[in-house]
Write a protein of this length. Structure first.
Length: 412
């Protein structure tokens, strides 16, 4: 295995071009300017911790810092994610760009895209991360990038307005500073978590009748190291029956009376197959969002491998789409179809009202199949936290600390 201290320049160039070729082929990258930047900037030089092959893995991040529990705190994002977000940002020569979450590499790409007449400011709350970014940028010819150590939830003094804000850490909320520092019509690209589902959302700042808000243009599925600082937010865990075997994760607060679930696992498991099938490579974007919008008690479920007694049987023990209704909970399962090219969705439910909840979730899946499958994602809008309900058109509103996030299906 080649290490970055013994890199042959030709091999690094070959691997870098291979990554870009793959991203062009799979449709992630279409901009010639982004392609040129990613072919030019030596990715491995911004990930010296990683073997060359790992640095140039098209679909994998390089973790650069973890805490004492092994939780990932900082990373160099996968090339596929970086290309996707750069495409969403539409950075042009001469623009001013604020990057929130520093690693060095993405700031170098941005510096290439804005050119000599543009400006890139990259900010991170962790001085270890900013020191590393400053050193790597200086070493590789990007000294003009401004590196700032600060909590980006607060406005940066003397920054002024920028054309693009790009957030490269997973966010649960949208602080007012991100919008106030953005020009009218400017773009905010952020991996935003909504009801436990993360999407890389490209927002535009628009002016409405009751003030400015953000409206999405695209929102593909993604995953990111979570934000630190004042806007950090952890999901809340409900342990079914008070034991850590089965955990239900809620992103926006636990149910009003979580103890109502204490006896749910003492009932027989109700199992229902829905007849809804999907292809093995089909994207689940709109299916996940349909459940998150339609089910008030939407959550995700995880099972502890070491404590698993078989009370529940999700296909993926770390992440299953689920929902709670009073004293009953349910989750999705799948099974292969006879042709082995599709899977069918089913529902397992436990609790006194297991049949009713399973029927409700099956109805949501069938509604998705009839009306949402293969269609557009919901429009995501972000309003200030003070915005009243009558000013927010939405199929589902998610209340955060600084903002209210609305999810709305586009009208036919």
């Amino acid at each position: 295995m080649t290490t970055n201290t013994t890199v042959e320049p030709d091999e690094a160039t070959r691997l870098r071009n291979k990554v870009v070729d793959e991203l062009c082929a799979d449709g992630t990258m279409s901009s010639p300017e982004i392609e040129a930047a990613m072919r030019k900037v030596a990715r491995h030089e911004f990930a010296p911790e990683a073997p060359l092959e790992k640095a140039y893995d098209t679909y994998a991040a390089v973790i650069t810092k973890t805490d004492e529990h092994g939780v990932q705190l900082s990373s160099v994002s996968a090339p596929q994610i970086q290309a996707l977000m750069l495409e969403q940002a539409r950075v042009r020569p001469g623009m001013r760009v604020l990057e929130i979450g520093s690693g060095g590499l993405n700031a170098a790409y941005l510096a290439e895209l804005v050119g000599e007449d543009g400006e890139v400011v990259t900010v991170d709350i962790d001085p270890v991360v900013t020191d590393r970014a400053r050193r790597l940028l200086d070493e590789h010819g990007y000294g003009r990038v401004h590196v700032v150590t600060a909590d980006a939830a607060e406005p940066l003094p003397d920054l002024g307005e920028v054309d693009v804000v790009m957030v490269t850490a997973g966010a649960w909320d949208i602080p007012p500073a991100w919008t106030s520092q953005l020009k009218q019509g400017g773009r905010l690209v952020v991996p935003l978590r909504m009801r436990g589902l993360t999407r890389s959302v490209a927002f535009t700042r628009v002016s409405g009748e009751h003030g400015d808000y953000l409206e999405s243009e695209s929102a593909p599925i993604c995953g990111f190291v979570p934000m630190q600082g004042s806007t950090a937010h952890r999901e809340e865990l409900l342990l079914v029956n008070g034991t850590p075997e089965i955990g239900l994760r809620f992103d926006d607060g636990l149910p009003a009376d979580p103890h109502r679930l204490d006896n749910a696992v003492k009932t027989l498991r109700h199992e229902l197959w829905t007849g809804v099938t999907i292809g093995l490579q089909e994207l689940l974007d709109t299916l996940q969002m349909t459940m998150a919008i339609s089910l008030p008690g939407f959550c995700t479920m995880a099972v502890d491998d070491d404590l698993d007694t078989g009370l529940v049987a999700p296909v993926n023990k770390r992440f299953a789409l689920a929902a709670v209704e009073d004293d009953t909970f349910a989750y999705l399962v799948t099974r292969r179809t006879e042709d082995n090219k599709h899977v069918e969705y089913g529902v397992h439910a436990l609790g006194p009202n297991a049949k009713q909840l399973a029927d409700t979730i099956a109805g949501v899946l069938r509604d998705w199949e009839a009306n949402r499958r293969g269609g557009p994602s919901p429009v995501i809008r972000v309003y200030p936290a003070s915005t009243s309900d009558d000013q927010i058109p939405a199929d589902r509103v998610i209340d955060k600390v600084h903002s209210r996030v609305s999810l709305s299906w586009p009208s036919a």
